[in-house]
Design a protein around this ligand. Structure first.
Ligand code: NAD
Ligand code: WQD
Length: 336
């Protein structure tokens, strides 16, 4: 049983490849390595002791996608490939629409042409915008604050239209909250190029001395300590959710959205303190201005994934920090 993983060399994709291989699936990766390196896949193989098949391929390239389906009997696709930097998407929105939305359409066309109608799509909690917490799947989506977030919303809508046009499709929209952490081997983890945008990789680079200081974006929110609240989820828990979602697709589950989060909210200061405890390093930080577009607080109601996929998050915030630090110290210069 073969699964095509687009973007499989990336942060979440690589952890998902590990879980798929360990669960006994055959894995085919398509990645253009625009935000990753092939060595990550060597590490996936080292962790699992299994091999995967790889294509250096761009999802926007229809003939490259067709070739993969022609050379492999693919049962389902897990679609991670995409650009993901929120700030960058406000500066170069067309690149985001072209890569994420157009690329997804090309992929779906190729799937349809080859009769593969099972897909798990990497969506995001960002599609909910400003809603009451905890976020539930039945809440309205689309009030999104960035072009990046809108690409996720549009792709969800495209998949919805596809399903309504042909109910033979089985589509799982996984709305991730804030993935952090790394595989406990320390071989794979989050390895952003340049200065990180997200909290955890930033903290980790401050802790190892590659960045001087963390700025906490806002200390005057109406939250328990004035800093923003998010739902952090260990990337290995998130990866396991994909294995559960793929299994469910095989039952012909139709079109479903699932929140994939811990269901717990942690503040920025909670994360800083947990990281200090896990690493033994005192972090230098200052409280700065709010970051435009940040919501004060959100976290998931993940009970639907628990009920229908049999999945729930198992790893706590201490483990997330410990594994992040382990990856950082074992790979001070990233993965080459
Ligand atoms: P990542 O950048 O580490 O992984 C994405 C992978 O896709 C990379 O290996 C990149 O080289 C590849 N890629 C990009 N465009 C491609 C294209 N046109 N063709 C082929 N490969 C391409 O990102 P990630 O953090 O692993 O995120 C994976 C997915 O999950 C993305 O779609 C992202 O938007 C979504 N997501 C991420 C987060 C998060 O916080 N990391 C949260 C919610 C949703
Ligand atoms: C977390 C908290 C910041 C950096 C983003 C995307 C979202 C999803 C996950 C893809 C916030 C604070 C951060 C820093 C800080 N990705 N922070 N100093 O913004 O919740 O979500 O990643 O789909 O779409 O928007 O994550 O890690 O950037 O921020 O104080 O240097 O940390 O204000 O409260 P965010 P984040």
């Amino acid at each position: 049983m073969k699964i095509l993983v687009t973007g499989g060399a990336g942060y979440i994709g690589s952890h998902t490849c590990v879980e798929l291989l360990e669960a006994g699936w055959e894995v085919v990766v398509a990645d253009n390595y625009s935000n990753s390196v092939p060595a990550v896949l060597d590490r996936v193989e080292a962790i699992t002791g299994k091999t995967l098949q790889r294509y250096e391929a761009d999802i926007r390239d229809r003939s490259a996608m067709d070739r993969i389906f022609e050379e492999n009997e693919i049962q389902a696709v897990i679609h991670f490939a995409g650009l993901k930097a929120v700030g960058e998407s406000t500066r170069i929105p067309l690149a985001y629409y072209e890569n994420n939305v157009y690329g997804s359409v090309v992929l779906f066309e190729s799937m349809a042409a080859h009769g593969c109608k099972n897909i798990v799509f990497s969506s995001s909690a960002t599609v909910y915008g400003n809603n009451p917490i905890p976020y539930e799947e039945t809440m309205p989506v689309g009030d999104v604050s960035s072009p990046y977030g809108r690409t996720k919303y549009f792709i969800e809508e495209i998949l919805g239209d596809l399903y309504r046009s042909d109910p033979d499709w089985s589509i799982s929209l996984l709305r991730y909250f804030n993935p952090i952490g790394a595989h406990e081997s320390g071989l794979i983890g989050e390895d952003p190029n340049g200065i990180p945008n997200n909290l955890m990789p930033y903290i980790s680079r401050v802790a190892i001395g590659k960045l001087p200081l963390l700025t906490v974006f806002g200390g005057d929110y109406d939250t328990k300590d004035g800093t923003c609240i998010r739902d952090y989820i260990h990337v290995v828990d998130l990866a396991k959710a994909h294995v559960c979602a793929v299994r469910k697709l095989m039952d012909g589950s139709g079109l479903q959205a699932y929140n994939i989060g811990n269901g717990k909210g942690y503040s920025v200061l909670d994360i800083i303190h947990a990281f200090e405890k896990a690493s033994g390093v005192k972090l230098s930080y200052v409280i700065g201005d709010r970051r435009p577009g940040d919501l004060p607080a959100f976290y998931a109601d993940a009970s639907k994934a628990n009920r229908e996929l049999g999945w729930c998050a198992a790893l706590d915030i201490d483990k997330m920090c410990l594994d992040t630090w382990n990856f950082q110290t074992k790979n001070p210069d990233g993965i080459h």
